[in-house]
Design a binder for this molecule. Structure first.
Ligand SMILES: N[C@@H](CCC(=O)N[C@@H](CS)C(=O)NCC(=O)O)C(=O)O
Length: 216
Protein backbone atom coordinates (compact mmCIF):
# COMPACT_ATOMS: atom_id res chain seq x y z
CA UNK A 1 0.00 0.00 0.00
CA UNK A 2 1.32 3.48 -0.92
CA UNK A 3 1.58 5.54 2.25
CA UNK A 4 3.53 8.43 0.75
CA UNK A 5 1.80 11.25 -1.03
CA UNK A 6 3.63 14.14 -2.66
CA UNK A 7 1.56 17.28 -3.14
CA UNK A 8 2.94 19.64 -5.74
CA UNK A 9 2.63 21.27 -9.14
CA UNK A 10 4.20 19.48 -12.12
CA UNK A 11 5.76 22.77 -13.37
CA UNK A 12 7.15 23.89 -9.99
CA UNK A 13 10.90 23.86 -9.52
CA UNK A 14 10.80 22.71 -5.90
CA UNK A 15 8.29 19.99 -6.76
CA UNK A 16 10.75 18.83 -9.44
CA UNK A 17 13.50 18.71 -6.84
CA UNK A 18 11.55 16.27 -4.63
CA UNK A 19 10.26 14.27 -7.65
CA UNK A 20 13.80 13.84 -8.99
CA UNK A 21 14.84 12.26 -5.66
CA UNK A 22 11.78 10.00 -5.60
CA UNK A 23 12.37 8.86 -9.21
CA UNK A 24 16.11 8.54 -8.66
CA UNK A 25 15.57 6.11 -5.77
CA UNK A 26 12.49 4.33 -7.22
CA UNK A 27 10.56 5.27 -4.09
CA UNK A 28 6.85 4.37 -4.34
CA UNK A 29 4.54 7.35 -3.84
CA UNK A 30 1.33 8.88 -5.11
CA UNK A 31 1.58 12.29 -6.80
CA UNK A 32 -1.22 14.66 -5.80
CA UNK A 33 -1.33 17.36 -8.41
CA UNK A 34 -2.44 20.77 -7.14
CA UNK A 35 -2.28 22.46 -10.57
CA UNK A 36 -5.10 24.94 -11.20
CA UNK A 37 -8.56 23.47 -10.77
CA UNK A 38 -7.61 20.04 -12.16
CA UNK A 39 -8.02 18.37 -8.73
CA UNK A 40 -9.62 20.73 -6.19
CA UNK A 41 -9.64 17.98 -3.57
CA UNK A 42 -5.84 17.81 -3.71
CA UNK A 43 -5.43 21.51 -3.05
CA UNK A 44 -7.84 21.35 -0.10
CA UNK A 45 -6.00 18.37 1.41
CA UNK A 46 -2.65 20.10 0.83
CA UNK A 47 -3.72 23.33 2.57
CA UNK A 48 -5.25 21.37 5.45
CA UNK A 49 -1.80 19.93 6.11
CA UNK A 50 0.21 23.07 5.34
CA UNK A 51 -1.68 26.36 5.46
CA UNK A 52 1.46 28.26 4.45
CA UNK A 53 0.83 26.82 0.99
CA UNK A 54 4.43 26.26 -0.13
CA UNK A 55 4.96 23.13 -2.16
CA UNK A 56 6.06 20.39 -2.38
CA UNK A 57 4.66 18.74 0.70
CA UNK A 58 5.17 15.09 1.52
CA UNK A 59 2.64 13.28 3.64
CA UNK A 60 4.11 10.01 4.87
CA UNK A 61 1.71 7.75 6.75
CA UNK A 62 -0.35 10.84 7.60
CA UNK A 63 2.64 12.87 8.84
CA UNK A 64 3.32 16.07 6.85
CA UNK A 65 6.92 16.88 5.95
CA UNK A 66 7.69 20.32 4.57
CA UNK A 67 10.71 21.70 2.67
CA UNK A 68 12.13 19.95 -0.39
CA UNK A 69 15.57 19.28 1.14
CA UNK A 70 14.03 17.71 4.23
CA UNK A 71 11.63 15.66 2.09
CA UNK A 72 14.67 14.32 0.23
CA UNK A 73 16.56 13.56 3.44
CA UNK A 74 13.45 11.70 4.60
CA UNK A 75 12.68 9.61 1.50
CA UNK A 76 16.08 9.30 -0.14
CA UNK A 77 18.86 9.24 2.46
CA UNK A 78 21.12 7.49 -0.06
CA UNK A 79 21.32 10.82 -1.92
CA UNK A 80 23.39 12.20 0.99
CA UNK A 81 26.92 10.76 1.04
CA UNK A 82 27.83 8.78 4.15
CA UNK A 83 31.15 10.59 4.51
CA UNK A 84 30.68 13.64 6.76
CA UNK A 85 32.69 16.08 4.66
CA UNK A 86 30.99 14.95 1.47
CA UNK A 87 27.60 15.24 3.18
CA UNK A 88 28.38 18.81 4.25
CA UNK A 89 29.45 19.76 0.75
CA UNK A 90 26.26 18.18 -0.63
CA UNK A 91 24.07 20.16 1.77
CA UNK A 92 26.05 23.34 1.07
CA UNK A 93 25.58 23.07 -2.70
CA UNK A 94 21.90 22.27 -2.12
CA UNK A 95 21.55 25.53 -0.17
CA UNK A 96 23.50 27.48 -2.80
CA UNK A 97 21.28 26.24 -5.65
CA UNK A 98 18.14 27.08 -3.66
CA UNK A 99 19.19 30.37 -2.09
CA UNK A 100 21.50 31.85 -4.70
CA UNK A 101 20.01 30.50 -7.93
CA UNK A 102 16.36 29.59 -7.37
CA UNK A 103 15.54 32.54 -5.08
CA UNK A 104 16.59 35.22 -7.62
CA UNK A 105 14.90 33.23 -10.39
CA UNK A 106 11.66 33.22 -8.38
CA UNK A 107 12.08 36.97 -7.77
CA UNK A 108 12.25 37.71 -11.50
CA UNK A 109 9.32 35.39 -12.22
CA UNK A 110 7.24 37.01 -9.45
CA UNK A 111 7.74 40.43 -11.06
CA UNK A 112 6.15 39.02 -14.24
CA UNK A 113 3.08 37.54 -12.53
CA UNK A 114 0.35 40.20 -12.39
CA UNK A 115 -1.53 38.41 -9.59
CA UNK A 116 1.61 38.71 -7.40
CA UNK A 117 3.04 42.00 -8.64
CA UNK A 118 0.56 44.22 -10.50
CA UNK A 119 3.31 46.77 -11.17
CA UNK A 120 6.66 45.12 -12.01
CA UNK A 121 9.58 46.65 -10.14
CA UNK A 122 12.52 46.95 -12.55
CA UNK A 123 14.99 47.59 -9.69
CA UNK A 124 14.01 44.31 -8.06
CA UNK A 125 14.41 42.49 -11.39
CA UNK A 126 17.83 44.09 -11.92
CA UNK A 127 18.96 43.08 -8.40
CA UNK A 128 17.88 39.48 -8.97
CA UNK A 129 19.67 39.35 -12.35
CA UNK A 130 22.80 40.83 -10.72
CA UNK A 131 22.66 38.08 -8.08
CA UNK A 132 22.63 35.46 -10.86
CA UNK A 133 25.56 37.23 -12.53
CA UNK A 134 27.52 36.80 -9.28
CA UNK A 135 26.76 33.14 -8.76
CA UNK A 136 27.23 31.92 -12.37
CA UNK A 137 31.04 32.38 -12.41
CA UNK A 138 31.36 30.87 -8.94
CA UNK A 139 29.39 27.79 -9.99
CA UNK A 140 31.33 27.54 -13.25
CA UNK A 141 34.63 27.39 -11.35
CA UNK A 142 33.22 25.03 -8.74
CA UNK A 143 31.80 22.57 -11.28
CA UNK A 144 34.86 22.51 -13.57
CA UNK A 145 36.12 18.94 -13.88
CA UNK A 146 33.13 17.49 -12.01
CA UNK A 147 30.36 15.26 -13.30
CA UNK A 148 28.02 16.02 -10.41
CA UNK A 149 27.73 19.05 -8.17
CA UNK A 150 29.13 17.90 -4.85
CA UNK A 151 30.40 14.34 -5.10
CA UNK A 152 31.39 11.67 -7.60
CA UNK A 153 27.80 10.39 -7.44
CA UNK A 154 24.44 12.09 -8.03
CA UNK A 155 23.22 13.61 -4.73
CA UNK A 156 20.71 15.92 -3.10
CA UNK A 157 22.74 18.80 -4.55
CA UNK A 158 21.97 17.61 -8.09
CA UNK A 159 18.26 17.32 -7.24
CA UNK A 160 18.47 21.06 -6.48
CA UNK A 161 20.84 21.86 -9.35
CA UNK A 162 18.59 20.47 -12.09
CA UNK A 163 15.47 22.65 -11.54
CA UNK A 164 17.31 25.77 -10.43
CA UNK A 165 19.59 25.81 -13.48
CA UNK A 166 16.77 24.77 -15.82
CA UNK A 167 14.79 27.88 -14.90
CA UNK A 168 17.81 30.15 -14.34
CA UNK A 169 18.85 29.71 -17.96
CA UNK A 170 15.32 30.57 -19.09
CA UNK A 171 15.18 33.69 -16.92
CA UNK A 172 18.76 34.92 -17.32
CA UNK A 173 20.72 32.84 -19.88
CA UNK A 174 24.01 31.39 -18.67
CA UNK A 175 26.71 33.03 -20.83
CA UNK A 176 28.61 30.85 -23.35
CA UNK A 177 31.87 31.51 -21.51
CA UNK A 178 30.69 29.42 -18.54
CA UNK A 179 31.21 26.09 -20.28
CA UNK A 180 31.47 23.99 -17.11
CA UNK A 181 28.20 25.37 -15.75
CA UNK A 182 26.40 24.98 -19.09
CA UNK A 183 27.82 21.46 -19.45
CA UNK A 184 26.64 20.55 -15.95
CA UNK A 185 23.16 21.92 -16.71
CA UNK A 186 22.91 19.74 -19.82
CA UNK A 187 24.26 16.70 -18.01
CA UNK A 188 22.00 16.95 -14.97
CA UNK A 189 18.92 17.57 -17.14
CA UNK A 190 19.78 14.47 -19.21
CA UNK A 191 19.74 12.31 -16.08
CA UNK A 192 16.60 10.10 -16.53
CA UNK A 193 14.99 11.26 -13.27
CA UNK A 194 15.38 14.93 -14.27
CA UNK A 195 14.47 14.37 -17.94
CA UNK A 196 11.26 12.72 -16.70
CA UNK A 197 10.12 15.73 -14.63
CA UNK A 198 10.90 18.08 -17.53
CA UNK A 199 8.84 15.89 -19.89
CA UNK A 200 5.94 15.51 -17.48
CA UNK A 201 5.69 19.32 -17.21
CA UNK A 202 5.73 20.13 -20.94
CA UNK A 203 2.00 20.72 -21.14
CA UNK A 204 2.30 23.50 -18.51
CA UNK A 205 4.93 25.57 -20.34
CA UNK A 206 2.37 28.16 -21.42
CA UNK A 207 2.26 29.18 -17.72
CA UNK A 208 5.83 30.49 -17.76
CA UNK A 209 5.25 34.24 -17.50
CA UNK A 210 8.39 35.34 -19.37
CA UNK A 211 7.51 33.04 -22.29
CA UNK A 212 9.05 29.57 -22.47
CA UNK A 213 11.93 29.36 -24.94
CA UNK A 214 11.64 26.75 -27.70
CA UNK A 215 14.28 24.41 -26.26
CA UNK A 216 15.00 21.99 -23.39
N1 LIG B 1 11.97 26.28 0.70
C1 LIG B 1 10.83 25.67 0.04
C2 LIG B 1 10.48 26.51 -1.17
C3 LIG B 1 9.19 26.03 -1.81
C4 LIG B 1 8.63 27.03 -2.82
O1 LIG B 1 9.02 28.21 -2.88
N2 LIG B 1 7.70 26.54 -3.64
C5 LIG B 1 7.01 27.40 -4.58
C6 LIG B 1 6.71 26.60 -5.85
S1 LIG B 1 8.17 26.18 -6.74
C7 LIG B 1 5.67 27.78 -3.98
O2 LIG B 1 5.18 27.12 -3.09
N3 LIG B 1 5.06 28.84 -4.50
C8 LIG B 1 3.75 29.24 -4.07
C9 LIG B 1 3.77 30.24 -2.95
O3 LIG B 1 4.85 30.72 -2.58
O4 LIG B 1 2.69 30.54 -2.46
C10 LIG B 1 11.21 24.23 -0.35
O5 LIG B 1 12.39 23.94 -0.54
O6 LIG B 1 10.30 23.38 -0.42
Amino acid sequence: MVTRELFGHPFSSYTWKALIALYETNTPFEFRNIAGDEHPENEAAFLAHWPVGKFPLLVDGGVPIMESSIIIEHVAPTLIPADRDAALETRMLDRIFDNNVMTPVQAVVAEHLPFITPTPDQARIDRARAALDKVYPWLDARLAGRSWAAHEDFTLADCAGAPSLFYADWVHPIPEEFGALRGYRSRVLARPSAARVVDEARRYRHLFPLGAPDRD
